[in-house]
Design a binder for this molecule. Structure first.
Ligand code: SAJ
Length: 422
């Protein structure tokens, strides 16, 4: 079936690039978002998020008339839902955004339409979405009751793109297609084939949901292993980065890198969707989350020890006269995204517990967020290196990797990323 009009609901980090890529293939795309400000920005041909090259693709799509944004859903042949799925309470998945997105598109659905859930979701969310749609549109038939003869086709096709490389990975990555029936999958493949060069692999909706959660949990467990090793090695006076480099020379060992904790909106969230469904079995996955979430506290203890040691060797100084410089605020290297960042959280905690000056060095931003600007100042690399009595390296930005070791004058340096250690 040809898709003349495609609607993408949720114009965030996944929805907007997806909408723009469909539009770049000369499809009519209607982007829907509840945020009027985001809609206005996109309709001006600009973007409200940070992702390399996305501004150019969106600008071209809007000026050529292929992409238009609105707050109210309109009829289309395919709907992709790419809204957030955060957690609430005790790490329970919060499906409120999926619920309101599906209820908002229900009135404009027509026979033959395809609805795809792209948001990372707990197992069973696609079936739940199908139930919400069926409840809102009793005049149409859905796969859960009518199988291959349904009026509406439904699938879960999770996004798997890496922030910072979204436009490339959207096109090149393989895609897991979890249709509620084989015909649903078939239709979903024909939609993705408009731009996906990777392979489209068919499964059912529940397996597709679990596949995405498994990918991010795999990474989380592997990072937790590295973080645990870093704390063990610290006790045993072993350089963990050298250790991992050596162990990874084994043909079947591939350990990830320790750091100050796991940030971002995906890896620190998605494993909980498995834990909350099957708490009695997901013990390793839960422990990995706890190890990674506990790492910032360990780093803070190291900072306290470093300050105490500095004061011992400088008895003429008080804590108020000690300057701490935090290198990096972003949640990972070479991006400007400070949300859900362990580096930002650590820096904030340092500024709360330390009576002296706290400098934040973050080459990817020009201004500190409001919650940080009162308790610390943004500094350039050189003055921070010159003024700091204690340095905490939190993000392995390329600018920090280039710093010569001779310029790091204080021996009270906590390098959580291992970039300055020989
Ligand atoms: N991190 C480490 N050590 C490592 C690797 C990462 O501490 O060796 C930390 C990073 O510093 C960061 C966090 O983990 O704080 C997450 O960063 P990331 O680069 O591993 O992942 P994200 O969150 O940017 O994107 C992930 C990707 N998933 C996988 O690689 C399995 C991406 O493909 C997904 O599409 C994305 O989650 C998502 O949207 O779910």
């Amino acid at each position: 079936m040809p898709f003349k009009t495609i609607s993408v609901v949720g114009l965030g980090y996944i929805g907007l690039p997806t909408a723009a890529v469909f539009a770049s293939r000369k499809k009519q795309v209607i982007g829907v978002d509840v945020n009027q400000n985001a809609v206005d920005i996109i309709n001006r041909g600009e973007i409200h998020i940070v992702e390399p090259d996305l501004d150019m693709v969106v600008h071209a799509a809007v000026t050529e008339g292929y992409l238009r944004a609105t707050t109210r859903p309109e009829p289309a042949d395919a709907f992709l839902i790419a809204v957030p799925t955060p957690f609430k309470g005790d790490h329970e998945p919060d499906l409120t955004y999926i619920e309101s997105a599906s209820k908002s598109i229900a009135p404009v659905l027509k026979k033959g339409d395809l609805v795809i859930l792209e948001s990372t979701s707990p197992v069973g969310a696609t079936e739940q979405m199908a139930a919400w749609l069926a409840e809102a549109r009793p005049d149409l038939s859905f796969p859960q009751t009518h199988g291959e003869n349904s009026d509406i086709r439904i699938a879960h096709c999770p996004e798997r793109v890496l922030p910072g490389h979204v436009l490339r990975e959207l096109v090149q990555n393989d895609r897991v297609i979890g249709g509620m029936t084989p015909k649903c999958s078939e239709l979903a493949i024909s939609l993705y084939k408009i731009f996906v060069q990777g392979e489209c692999i068919v499964t059912n909706a529940r397996t597709a949901e679990m596949c995405k959660l498994t990918e991010n949990s795999f990474r989380d467990v592997n990072i937790a292993f590295a973080n645990e090793l870093s704390m063990i090695c610290d006790k045993l006076d072993i350089n963990v980065w050298e250790l991992i480099r050596l162990a990874n020379r084994h043909p079947r060992v591939n350990i990830l890198q320790p750091g100050p904790g796991v940030g971002g909106h995906c890896i620190a969230v998605d494993p909980w969707f498995i834990v909350s469904k099957t708490p009695e079995h997901a013990k390793l996955i839960r422990t990995a989350r706890e190890v990674n979430d506990g790492k910032p506290k360990w780093v803070l203890e190291k900072v306290q020890l470093a300050v105490a040691d500095f004061l011992q060797t400088h008895p003429d100084k008080s804590a108020r006269e000690v300057t701490i410089a935090c290198f990096g605020l972003a949640f990972k290297p070479d991006i400007d995204d400070l949300r859900e960042s362990p580096a930002t959280a650590i820096c904030e905690q340092i500024s709360k517990m330390h009576p002296g000056i706290v400098l934040a060095v973050e080459p990817n931003i020009d201004l500190l967020p409001a919650k940080l600007e009162k308790s610390m100042s943004l500094s350039m690399i050189e003055p921070a290196l010159a003024e700091a009595d204690v340095i905490v390296l939190l993000v392995d930005h390329k600018e920090f990797k280039e710093i010569e070791s001779s310029k790091i004058r204080t021996r009270h340096t906590i390098d959580t990323r291992g970039i300055w250690k020989a």
